[in-house]
Design a protein around this ligand. Structure first.
Ligand code: UD1
Ligand code: CA
Length: 488
């Protein structure tokens, strides 16, 4: 393969998105549209990438620079057409020889392997230009591929834009994807020859094809197997449609790699997620960002995991998690909320209606029910009782709580940070723990239970509560009466 320069055209606006965010920066599968294109371009083995920016370049340019710092940025201040944009790129990138591949920044489904196949075909034939084309049922809006009389296998003679096409040409259903491989020398020479005498008064890159033909140079079209690869997102409906296609592609790839996905239609997996074989994903699950799931783990139903790691054989049910780590064999959910900095050890448990933030829960440690754990470290094998609160905020600063190994906390305990509980200690039910607890100690703080006889009869006189109490007392039942006649 000769030196490959890829030009990414990303200067156009995206008015139909009706957004303050530039079209190229809208996301599907956790990456921007232009981010997907740059990934495909890198996969195709580009030795140089030139990105043409213009519209909202103060946002587009830094975004491209972040994804691909080595990309050359060319600024097209006025969007005068695709040939003009390529000319700006050729000048900025000092492109002369080798192969130059022109791509667009808004075709996120484009595969690196298709680009590679296009370039290989183009170079093997030694053509001036090779168009990536596709056959579509509904060609409106696209440039049509013109071929010498003789049908689909006859030689390509040019491309006509929709607005300049005759009715007969509009009926052609082979379209220009917009992606064209050029011989660099031919491209540099042909650009100044392209005018703007057409319906849109734009400099059309597509005019290069007819010029090559009239020069007697070789041109052809390389037909895409999967024409969705050339689709751009012009509005939010198309964005969602492309997102769905890309998701289907990602989910299918993981299933082929040994992941069980019970319901592909309700499973959303971002491009950068990593899954091991024998992971099981149950319905209604979104795996976002850099989420990683290890072998034999079961995730779902109804989980949203962002930038989260799930260990081997762990089980995560109906959970929202971000920047969390779930250890091997651990259990999470249902209805758990794991905020950034949550680390759950091997075989640990975070149960129903538990919120955890910036906390490490050791191996085999359990927070099974209805708790808030903020800024805490819980040692190996400890058990935190139902309804326990780690009060980490004093109104000004956040503080940490440290719970040792094999600590047992009763239900409804409040740990007021900063506080330390030693290994093997116990805290009694409803205790308010403000002071450190030594190893092995029992800390109780709830007062002793007091009984005020007949309180309901006077303080709640006239209520069903008072009546029930009176009835029970009169019947002579020692403490608890039989269920009342009303069945309560
Ligand atoms: C273009 C092609 C058409 C093809 C279609 C595929 C031309 C003349 N037409 O038409 O044959 O079927 O794409 O989608 O090439 N851009 C710039 N600067 C400009 C103009 C465009 O950077 O001055 C960028 C846009 O941001 C976009 C791409 O080039 O990414 C295509 O531009 P657009 O105006 O959408 O071209 P189409 O009319 O769709
Ligand atoms: Ca377009």
């Amino acid at each position: 393969m000769s030196e490959l320069t890829v030009i990414v055209l990303a200067a156009g606006g995206g008015t139909r998105m009706k957004s303050k965010t530039p079209k190229m920066l809208h996301q599907i599968a956790g990456r921007s549209l232009v981010g997907h294109v740059l990934a495909a371009v890198s996969e195709a083995g580009a030795s140089r990438v030139v990105a043409v920016v213009g519209h909202q370049r103060e946002l587009v340019e830094p975004h491209i620079a972040e994804i691909l710092p080595e990309a050359v940025i060319a600024v097209q201040t006025e969007q005068l057409g695709t040939a003009h944009a390529v000319r700006v790129a050729v000048e900025a990138g000092a492109v002369s020889g080798g192969t130059v591949l022109v791509t667009y920044g808004d075709t996120p489904l484009l595969r690196g392997e298709s680009l590679r196949a296009l370039v290989a075909d183009h170079e093997a034939a030694g053509r001036a230009a090779t168009i990536l084309s596709g056959i579509v049922p509904e060609p409106s809006g696209y440039g049509r591929i013109l071929r010498a009389s003789g049908g689909p296998s006859a030689g390509v003679t040019g491309i006509v834009e929709e607005k300049d096409a005759t009715d007969e040409e509009r009926a052609i259903n082979e379209i220009n994807s917009g992606i064209i491989a050029f011989d660099g020398g031919f491209l540099a020479g042909v650009l100044p020859r392209i005018g703007n005498d057409n319906a849109k008064k734009e400099f059309y890159l597509t005019d290069a094809i007819a010029l090559a033909v009239s020069d007697g140079l070789g041109v052809d079209a390389f037909v895409l197997d999967d024409v969705s690869e050339a689709e751009g997102a012009n509005d939010r409906a198309q964005l969602a449609a492309l997102g769905k296609i890309l998701n289907d592609r990602i989910v299918t790839r993981w299933m082929k790699d040994g992941v069980t996905v019970m319901d592909p239609a309700t499973t959303w997996i971002d491009a950068d997620v990593e899954l091991a074989p024998d992971v099981t994903i149950l319905p209604g699950t979104q795996l976002i960002g850099a989420t990683r799931i290890d072998e034999d783990a079961v995730v779902g139903p109804d989980c949203t995991l962002k930038d989260t790691e799930v260990g081997h054989g762990a089980r995560v049910v109906r959970t929202q998690a971000e920047l969390a780590v779930v250890g091997p064999g651990a259990n999470v959910g249902p209805f758990s909320y794991l905020r950034p900095g949550t680390v759950l050890g091997e075989e640990g448990k975070i149960g129903g209606f538990v919120e955890v933030k910036n906390s490490t829960i050791g191996p085999g440690a359990k927070v099974p029910h209805l708790s808030y754990v903020g800024d805490a470290t819980i040692g190996e094998g400890s058990n935190i009782g139902a309804g326990t609160i780690f009060a980490n905020y004093d109104g000004v600063n956040k503080h940490r709580t440290r719970i040792g190994r094999h600590v047992k906390s009763g239900s409804g305990v409040t740990f007021v940070a900063p506080v330390v509980v030693g290994d093997g200690a116990t805290t009694g039910g409803e205790a308010l723990i403000r002071e450190d607890v030594p190893p092995g100690a029992l800390a109780v703080s709830a007062g002793q239970q007091r009984i005020i006889e007949g309180w309901a009869l006077t303080k709640r006189a006239g209520t069903p509560q008072a009546a029930a109490a009176e009835e029970a007392l009169e019947s002579g039942v020692p403490i608890v009466g039989e269920p009342s006649a009303t069945g309560e």
